[in-house]
Write a protein that binds this ligand. Structure first.
Ligand code: G3P
Ligand code: MG
Length: 240
């Protein structure tokens, strides 16, 4: 019997099971469900006032088209294919797919997404969804604050690229549930400081098995991975 059990990591399927399927598509989200994911991360932008799921500002890398997503109209958006195969989903289609199957970690990518997402999530709460079905994050903390103003009961996570010295205060000011750290910036001292401040610590993007084990050892609460099975299959079995 080990003296302390290894940490059970929450796994956020990053852009779905994007190590296996075209990222941020319904196919990728279905694959994540098949692999046992209970949390799915996706990236939120706006086209013609509609929330859509797409990572990049520009279209080239994912669809081969030129220009930016924000300048599209919805009918053109529907003709594009991610990796030549899969349509770009509306957020409402992703919500419908995942209802009662997995929770959603929504990352605000663009200006104006915070307020719109806040209104949309409020409408879902009015239809009976639970607040803990969602976690909203962003590198753009103004967008995060805008979402929190409109939908104060929805948990938010402060997404960071580096590690500002005032991170716990920043998280407190935003009323955050969690801090989302870049793998490069994780240290035991920072994890401990954030835990002491009552914050959950989630780390992106952790695909390598050695890194998954390192995150488990340092005691973070969860990781984002393109290969959710690599995290889920190495979690310790639940006590019966
Ligand atoms: O939310 C974690 C991670 O998704 C942040 O970076 O570029 O993959 O959206 P990115
Ligand atoms: Mg993201």
């Amino acid at each position: 019997m080990p003296l302390s059990s290894p940490a059970n990591l929450i796994c956020f399927a990053h852009r779905g099971a994007s190590g296996y399927e075209p990222e941020n598509t319904l196919r990728s989200f279905k694959r994540a469900l098949e692999l046992g994911a209970t949390w799915i991360e996706c990236d939120i932008r706006v086209v013609e006032d509609e929330l859509v799921v797409f990572h990049d500002r520009t279209l080239g890398r994912l669809t081969g088209a030129s220009g930016t997503l924000a300048n599209l109209d919805l009918s053109t958006l529907r003709t594009l294919r991610v990796n030549g195969r899969e349509p770009i989903p509306l957020l409402s289609e992703v919500v419908e797919l995942l209802h009662n199957k997995a929770r959603l970690q929504l990352e605000l990518k663009a200006s104006g997404t915070g307020e719109r997402l806040g209104r949309y999530l409020t409408s879902l709460l009015e239809k009976g969804w639970d607040t803990d079905s969602f976690l909203v994050s962003s590198f753009d903390h103004d967008e995060l604050a805008a979402c929190k103003r409109i939908a104060p009961s929805i948990p938010v996570g402060v997404l960071l690229y580096g590690y500002p010295i005032n991170t716990p205060e920043l998280a407190r000011a935003l009323g955050a549930y969690s801090v989302h750290l870049n793998l490069e910036t994780v240290t035991p001292k920072r994890v401990n400081t954030l835990h002491q401040a009552g914050l959950k610590v989630f780390v992106y993007t952790v695909n390598d098995s050695a890194d998954i084990e390192a995150m488990r050892a340092v005691g973070v609460d969860g990781v984002f991975s393109d290969f959710p099975d690599r995290v889920l299959l190495t979690n310790p079995p639940k006590a019966s």
